[in-house]
Design a binder for this molecule. Structure first.
Ligand SMILES: Nc1ncnc2c1ncn2[C@@H]1O[C@H](CCC(=O)c2cccc(C(=O)O)c2)[C@@H](O)[C@H]1O
Ligand SMILES: [Zn+2]
Length: 345
């Protein structure tokens, strides 16, 4: 298969995305529009200048820049625009289903009314499903570095029946890991799980495998965001494989935040060799100069996959998703039909 064929195949392949951040998905077009609405911001309005602005020296720098984009989102209408446009970008890549990680605390602490925020994301979700056919679900994450107040507020927004949005399926934990031990959030995850949410913390992105163990044992993680450092612990890899706990792998993100030095050093091969269920994701695509299709092409190169291998990778994400059985079967069938017809003589 030529590179061109590979890209064409991936572009048409029906996909699910499990690890992509709401604000981190704001394209240069969306960022420019928001920056123009709020001209006092330090974020450049010129899409070309954004390329430099989105070049990071380390993970902490990435979070600083990320929060400057969060500062651009000030009204429920900003939230609606962002969400709807993100869904449009996903639909263009044949993403049929996406679990979008949203940090409601960052918006409510900046003064957006909580019910207005929830109404805006739900309005965009319904419009996107009707107009683009892309199904969106939400993961509300705790920005761990903001501490227990943020954890408490995120848990309240995710579990209060008068507030929590219909599309919410899971509960996460993001931001820096260094100096932010996972076990302190056990009570919050316990409450979220009791309220029917699935546990999907980031872990092992910027710290070692012990953080992944903490996510599993303390936060009862059903999937792990990144889990990059799991490769350093063969017993952990065996545990992930045996218990079918998927990793949400985001290769280009790990290079952009300097969590991994080069793509060739990325541990995705070790994960696959250990039998871990690997899913491919884009994390904060425009900030990392990527998109989901590009991440599939990267995975194809690193794992040496042909069309059937890529289709299996796409089906991993469907299997690891929080869709119901019928929803999973529908997308998996679509992937098979597409692949069979592509390969037909
Ligand atoms: N690759 C990533 N790995 C980890 N997280 C990632 C990644 N990409 C995006 N995020 C997001 O970054 C946010 C960080 C927000 C944060 O730390 C913070 C700290 C103090 C105050 C405030 C505030 O709002 O005032 C926010 C997280 O909520 C998460 O959703
Ligand atoms: Zn992430």
């Amino acid at each position: 298969m030529t590179d061109r064929d590979l890209h064409t195949f991936i572009a048409g392949l029906p996909k699910a995305e499990l690890h992509v951040h709401h604000v981190g998905s704001a394209s240069p077009r969306i960022v420019s529009e928001l920056a123009a609405r709020h001209p006092d911001s330090k974020v450049p309005t010129d899409p070309e200048a954004l390329v430099d602005y989105f070049t990071f020296t380390d993970f902490a720098h990435f979070i600083d820049v990320y929060l400057s984009v969060v500062d651009l989102i000030r009204t429920p209408e900003d939230v609606r625009l962002l969400t709807y446009e993100v869904a449009r970008d996903l639909a263009r890549q044949q993403v049929r289903y996406a679990e979008l990680t949203i940090t409601p605390f960052s918006s409510t602490r900046r003064g957006i009314d909580e019910l207005g925020f929830m109404a805006a994301i739900e309005d965009a979700r319904k419009a996107a499903e009707a107009e683009f056919g892309t199904v969106l679900r939400w993961c509300f994450d705790i920005p761990g570095e903001a501490g227990l107040e943020a954890a408490e507020e995120t848990t309240r927004l995710a579990t209060d029946d008068r507030i929590r949005p219909e599309g919410l399926v899971s509960f996460g934990l993001g931001g820096p890991e260094i100096g932010v031990p996972r076990p302190q959030f056990k009570p919050h995850f316990d409450r979220a799980i009791a309220a029917g949410l699935r546990s999907v913390p980031h872990a092992g992105e910027t710290t070692g495998p012990e953080t992944v163990w903490d996510a599993l044992t303390e936060l009862r993680a059903e999937r792990i965001g990144h889990g990059t450092s799991s490769a350093q612990d063969p017993r952990l890899l065996a545990h992930l494989a045996e218990h079918r706990i998927p990793l949400e792998v985001c290769p280009t993100s790990n290079i952009a935040t300097r969590a991994v030095r080069t793509l060739d050093e990325h541990p995705i091969k070790e994960f696959a060799a250990a039998g871990v269920l690997v899913t491919i994701n884009s994390d904060d695509p425009p900030m990392f100069g990527t998109d989901l299709n590009t991440e599939y092409a990267v995975a194809a190169r690193l794992l040496d996959l042909d069309e059937r291998g890529l289709a299996d990778l796409a089906k991993n994400a469907v299997e690891a998703s929080f869709l119901d059985t019928a929803g999973k079967a529908r997308i998996a069938q679509e992937i098979d039909t597409y692949t069979t017809s592509w390969l037909a003589p």
